[in-house]
Design a protein around this ligand. Structure first.
Ligand SMILES: Cc1ncc(C[n+]2csc(CCOP(=O)(O)OP(=O)(O)O)c2C)c(N)n1
Length: 321
């Protein structure tokens, strides 16, 4: 990886973490409502995967603020969406779980666990049909691999050799359920092995994630069909703002906090790319300022108008009799 990319990945990770803490703060004050799922602790995976997958369409889950930003969507448009404002990336209609921006080939933000996987498969089918350069990346949690939609998606993507990367973010927990209580093993890639090449990667290592996703992108662009990557990581916060996460031990959380992906990336910047503490601090300050500006923009943006309530709502009138 060149220095510029490494620096950009670090910056976006630092930006993402500050963004998430700001979102948490404004959720507490009531400016953000509904659900809010934070990605703190998983920044390496969220950022590096998006930066590496630069030729394609992305479908993901409800824990997606940082992914959207890493994809290139303006932090202020993401924050305004969390505030439910008209200037939000989904015009204030989607909120935290439904960030959507076709201009960045980012189609969510889906609240239904695994529900986006068949959509991603459909998109991959379209891309293959169009003989497009685009591959499709679907990001999902370990919990999603227990659903029928997951197996159906693996099956058809594999049978039709669709240009798809299945990226499993294994943070071990699906709300309060530890994965091995509901699956026979920790490594969910084993479920994909009969269908496609499947590999594991350290999800807290931004460089490793970047390399793995880049390789996968090349693989699917060559028309080999789908590929599966499982990245192991850990969320520091509860499942959502309403979850204190008491089902996990302090000890376990401490172990993972010591594997902080941001501190790890800082070390890489210093040791491999010869960056100084001052240069790194300057990036962190810049990230802080960008988040402050995003919050200000969101707070000052207008609410959607009541007479626009039915815009973008699609319904067909059904006549009976
Ligand atoms: C089909 C469906 N079942 C249940 C839920 C409730 N639910 C929301 S998130 C979640 C846990 C999913 O865990 P995982 O896929 O591991 O993702 P993570 O939240 O850990 O990122 C559940 C069960 C839902 N939204 N959709």
């Amino acid at each position: 990886m060149d220095k510029l990319t490494a620096e950009e990945i670090f910056y976006t990770m630092a930006l993402g973490r500050r963004f998430e803490y700001a979102a948490k703060e404004h959720y507490m004050t009531g400016e953000i409502s509904g659900f809010l799922h934070l990605d703190i602790g998983q920044e390496a995976l969220s950022v590096a995967a998006m930066k590496a997958f630069d030729h394609g369409d992305v479908f993901t889950t409800y824990r997606e603020h940082i992914m959207a930003i890493a994809r290139g969507i303006e932090p202020k448009a993401v924050m305004a969406e969390l505030f439910g404002k008209k200037t939000g990336v989904s015009e204030g209609r989607g909120g935290s779980m439904h960030l959507f921006d076709p201009s960045h080939f980012f189609y969510g933000g889906d609240a239904i666990v695994g529900g986006h996987l068949p959509n991603a498969v459909g998109c991959a089918y379209a891309r293959k049909f169009q003989k497009s350069e685009h591959g499709v990346m679907a990001v999902f949690g370990d919990g999603a691999t227990n659903g029928g939609a997951f197996f159906e998606s693996l099956n058809i993507a594999s049978a039709w050799k669709l240009p798809m990367l299945f990226l499993c973010e294994n943070n071990r927990y699906a709300i309060g359920t530890e994965i091995t209580r509901v699956a026979p093993f920790l490594e969910q890639a084993k479920k994909a092995e009969p269908y496609m090449p499947a590999k594991e990667v350290d999800g807290n290592d931004a460089l490793a994630v970047y390399e793995a996703v880049k390789e996968a992108q090349e693989y699917i662009q060559k028309g080999h069909g789908p590929i599966f990557i499982e990245a192991f990581t850990y969320r520091w916060e509860g499942h959502s703002m309403s979850d204190p996460g008491t089902y996990r031990s302090q000890e376990e959380m401490e172990i993972w906090k010591r594997k902080d992906p941001i501190e790890r990336m800082k070390k890489v910047l210093k040791e491999r790319y010869m960056m100084s503490d001052e240069q790194i601090e300057a990036l962190e300050k810049k990230a802080e300022a960008e988040v402050d500006a995003a919050v200000k923009f969101a707070a000052e943006s207008p609410e959607p108008e009541v007479d626009e309530l039915f815009d973008h709502v699609f319904a067909e009138e059904v006549h009976h009799g």
